[in-house]
Structure formats: C-alpha cells, structure tokens
Design a protein around this ligand. Structure first.
Ligand SMILES: [Zn+2]
Ligand SMILES: [Zn+2]
Length: 85
C-alpha cells in the first residue's frame, strides 16, 4: 500500500478548481473491492479479495460535477453534444 493514505474530501478540482464531492463507487458499493470467497467459495480460499478496478480499492472517488457535466470553463469537454451555436 502507498504511504499517502490521506483522503482529502472536497479537494479542489484539478481541472476547473471547483468543488469535488466524494462519490461512492458504483462498482463495489463503497467496499473497495469484492469478497471473492463470499461469491465463490469453491473457487477461492477464505479471505480472497479482489480490489475494485473502478476505484482502485478506495471505495469511491472525488467527482467534480461541473466537469462531469461539461460546464467547466476550460479543458473539460466530456459531453460535447452541443457543437454549434
Ligand atoms: Zn472540475
Ligand atoms: Zn469500487
């Protein structure tokens, strides 16, 4: 594990400088991974754990809703459905 285990909620968005919210990972439900033994005891030994790929075991991630919606002024063009004026 990395040394920097500090989870700073509400960190400024690196792209637009706006506020970021902590979003629980949809993939693991905030668990940070899956208990493989619980899912398939015949395949995995007790305690087998698979770290969630989506959140890298964090159980969630910081999301800037401005950038997520493409409303930020700058590089954030995630949703470019409106191209012309
Ligand atoms: Zn942002
Ligand atoms: Zn996850």
């Amino acid at each position: 594990m990395d040394v920097d285990d500090e989870r700073t909620e509400g960190e400024d968005c690196p792209r637009c400088g706006g506020w970021q919210d902590w979003e629980t990972c949809w993939n693991c439900g905030g668990e940070g991974g899956r208990d493989l033994y619980e899912e398939s005891p015949i395949e995995y030994p007790p305690g087998a754990w698979r770290t969630c790929d989506n959140c890298k075991g964090e159980g969630g991630y910081l999301v800037c809703y401005a950038c997520a919606r493409g409303e930020s002024t700058g590089a954030g063009r995630l949703d470019s459905s409106t191209g012309s004026e």
